[in-house]
Design a protein around this ligand. Structure first.
Ligand code: ADP
Ligand code: MG
Length: 226
């Protein structure tokens, strides 16, 4: 088997202290192979967001290590984490997180601007991505002029713009009706294959789990057997 893209060991994250102390992650350990789509499944409050944030370097654990594409995320300083988020890891959030005053195309182009890609190249890449998510006809529309499912497809295109190695999606279908949610998850599934990206998707929707290669179940901050 090839080396894992993601390797998590002994991860602990605690919030608060004393009687209000919450163990959001307790000794989480797992590997994700390159090209895998792994679902993180658990009810609300079980630690899914904490896990994704620590893996993506948005949050620091109290203990344990995370390695992504050969880089020990847990050993990076703030500059290193910023580079990781620009070049290696991309996020898709439940609430889409698009910039309201920018068009769909401009939103998708944001990570490419951050990388200083020349305009012509950026426009080519944006057009390709909008086509991949089936929104080429909506390039000029702002988020408020798009449906929820369309907004999430823009967010997915934006996440993939910089060709990340790892896509982290935190309940990406949580705000969508079940049919649209299924379509968005199927799109993620297809893009993981075609773009050669690895993905970790938090969800509590059992229908979506079927589209993953594998599910990690989390209860009270602890990964439990299937
Ligand atoms: P999920 O995404 O599965 O709903 P979270 O990772 O958001 O779970 O939360 C796990 C636990 O950690 C919950 O008990 C939650 O209340 C707690 N928690 C999350 N973030 C914070 C925070 N910033 N401060 C205190 N407690 C938090
Ligand atoms: Mg959450």
């Amino acid at each position: 088997m090839s080396a894992p893209l993601v390797s998590v060991r002994g991860l602990r994250r605690t919030y608060g202290r004393g009687r209000t102390r919450v163990h959001a992650l307790r000794d989480a350990e797992f590997d994700v192979a390159p090209g895998e789509l792994v679902a993180v499944v658990g009810r609300s409050g079980s630690g899914k967001t904490t896990l994704l944030n620590v893996v993506g370097g948005l949050d620091r654990p109290d203990d344990g290590t995370v390695t992504v594409a050969g880089t020990e995320v847990t050993g990076l300083d703030d500059d290193g984490l910023a580079r990781l988020r620009r070049d290696v890891v991309a996020y898709v959030f439940q609430t889409f997180g698009l910039i309201p005053v920018l068009s769909a195309a401009e939103n998708v182009g944001v990570p490419l601007r951050l990388r200083g890609l020349p305009t012509a190249e950026r426009e080519r890449r944006v057009a390709l991505l909008l086509r991949l998510v089936g929104l080429e006809e909506h390039a000029g529309q702002r988020p408020a002029e798009l449906s929820g499912g369309q907004q999430q497809r823009v967010a997915i295109a934006r996440a993939l713009a910089g060709s990340p190695r790892l896509l982290l999606a935190d309940e990406p279908t949580g705000q969508l009706d079940s049919e649209t949610g299924l379509a968005v998850m199927a799109l993620l599934r297809a893009l993981v294959e075609s773009e050669g990206v690895t993905a970790i998707v938090a969800t509590h929707d059992p229908v979506l789990i079927a589209l993953a290669d594998r599910a990690l179940h989390i209860e009270d901050g602890r990964l439990v057997g299937p």
